[in-house]
Design a protein. Sequence first.
Length: 327
Amino acid sequence: MRTATGRPSRDRSGGRRAWAELLRLPALFSVPGDALAGAAAAGARPGARTLLAIGSSLCLYEAGMALNDWADRDVDAVERPHRPLPSGRIRPSAALTAACAFTAAGLALAARAGRPALTVAAPLAATVWAYDLGLKHTPAGPVAMGAARGLDLLLGAAASTGRAGPALPSAALLGTHTVAVTTVSRQEATGGSPLAPLAALATTALLTRRVTQRSARPATGRPPVDALALTGPRPVQGGGHAGRPSASALLTAAGAAAYAATAARPYVHAALNPSPPLTQRAVGAGIRAMIPLQAALAARSRGTAGALLIAALAPLGSRFAKKVSVT
């Protein structure tokens, strides 16, 4: 019997591998930090509605992954024939169905988190679809992708507190990083000019400086969410007790340093040799660098708990990225 040979088991394993590649599962570790950083920027601790925002973000992200490959299936047949759709391991109709299902699930979870969350999730979903179906190959593509990532952070703020406004500065910083990574990704299949990775390297330096320049205080009128700031003597201006920095300041510095260390070296290599392999490596590093950047953004908003949760995702993302490509 065929089952005795193990072939069905291999087929099922191959199918799971194909879907893992299509959905870029290791990249999912870069998603929860959006909502957690958004909640921290709005002055809230992670709660049940933050978890709903994370679930919505994960679904909308996967919708974008599936829709991306469905829209690019003809291009991938030439440039990346090993991808799941051109190789025949997944049918195009199945990818499109998955994109629709993930979008519906993402909007449903946002609705459960409340009307403010749905108000952000709806344009986020529209941006994802607009990018994959039309904007990706236009000059507006990187900006659209940056807007989607910024909206994802705002989704966490809106779900957690009902207000997205306080998280706008953090969303702008994360969106700027995303624009830089997306610009580099536009030449990952064919290689190209060193200008894109050089611009991304400069952006990384500027964002690192901006994040560590000062700690952002949540504009909520409530005490900061750093547990150390809620107990003990009142901290002096600039954070921490006299003579020593606060936990949030230390986490901000550590997150910013990890962000720069993760992204900078691959960008340099891609600038020196903008070949497809090194450019793809730079894009992957840029995606992974989002995690320490999110942690730094949460910490600068006194979101110590959220920053630690985000930082814990980094080694997991790196580990699974060795098994399935994030690009």
